[in-house]
Design a protein around this ligand. Structure first.
Ligand SMILES: [Zn+2]
Length: 312
């Protein structure tokens, strides 16, 4: 699509974004990382992992990292076979049934799934479906790093840690959308009425927490499905217009933890993600923070982000 059309559509969407009201929900800590949520439109290594696992369950689909119609059909068929809600979304209910325990000497698609997931963390394994000594060594190193029992076996707890954490976001701050999915200029576009940011992404795009904190779900007329994340840095982050929640209220999230999937719920005329940073009682311009994250440079402190200059 020509860029001008994208911008025009985006402005139309932005014009209907609304100011948010914070929610004071109870907060509890989660023990294990949250399972990622994947559906049509999702892409990346977690999708390839799910595709290998579906293959391992007898569904003959390509492991191409793109969640398309074939993956959705396989997911629905798998969910029906297990008596799960057949919604085509791979989330907290579907993952535990989809994974299978693999160990040294095993071979097949579930092993390829584990190798794909391990490679998010930089192990550089050949995805050959053969669980040999190299894969076993990567598993033990991963388990040690995460404080898990280092037995070299990929069981439910290791699976959840492999899938529930982003391998790419090592720093204190992460982009809300995968680096390669949205160009840098989108992170410094002025918002329509108050300091915030609208990111034009299609429905089903993974949305990640910018900073570590405690997430609480939002579900109201303005934000639609979204999150309020009380950040460890003292700022409060808002994410709006999701198609699906990915983590429960009260969950601990890290920078780069997937919160859910983008959409167009609430006061929105088309798919986009609304991001808002509130610090020191004021809405801040997210641009200087997120462009620094995009560039891999040290971002300014949230309390130093400007409160004006990012409104059109
Ligand atoms: Zn907005």
């Amino acid at each position: 699509m020509p860029r001008t059309n994208v911008s025009r559509a985006w402005l139309a969407i932005a014009a209907l974004c609304a100011l948010l009201v914070s929610l004071g929900l109870a907060q509890t800590a989660a023990a294990a990382p949250n399972w990622p949520v994947l559906s049509t439109g999702s892409s990346g290594p977690d999708v390839a992992t799910a595709q290998y696992l579906l293959r391992g369950q007898g569904h003959d689909i390509a492991a191409d990292s793109q969640f398309g119609a074939a993956t959705e059909a396989a997911t629905v068929a798998f969910q029906q076979s297990k008596g799960y809600a057949a919604d085509g979304v791979i989330g907290a209910e579907t993952w535990p049934g989809l994974i299978s325990t693999v160990r040294e000497g095993d071979s097949g698609d579930a092993v390829a799934a584990a190798q794909t997931a391990l490679n998010k963390f930089g192990y550089g394994l050949a995805v050959d479906g053969q669980f040999g000594a190299g894969t076993a060594s990567a598993v033990t190193r991963f388990q040690s790093d995460k404080g898990l029992s280092a037995d070299g076996i990929v069981g439910p707890e290791t699976w959840q840690n492999l899938l529930g954490q982003s391998g790419g976001a090592a720093g204190a701050y992460a982009l809300p959308i995968a680096h390669d999915a949205l160009s840098r200029d989108h992170y410094s576009v002025p918002h329509h009425d108050y300091p915030a940011l609208d990111l034009p992404v299609g429905t089903g795009t993974a949305v990640y927490s910018v900073h570590a904190g405690v997430a609480n779900q939002i579900d109201n007329d303005r934000c639609g499905l979204g999150y309020e994340v009380t950040g460890d840095d003292g700022a409060t982050y808002y994410y709006c217009h999701f198609s699906a929640h990915g983590v429960g209220s009260g969950a601990r999230v890290d920078a780069g933890t997937q919160l859910g999937l983008s959409g167009s719920t609430g006061n929105s005329t088309g798919p986009h993600v609304h991001v808002e940073v509130v610090a020191g009682g004021a809405n801040r311009c997210p641009g200087p923070l997120l462009t620094a994250v995009y560039d891999g440079t040290t971002p300014p402190a949230v309390g130093d982000l400007p409160t004006s200059g990012c409104i059109e």
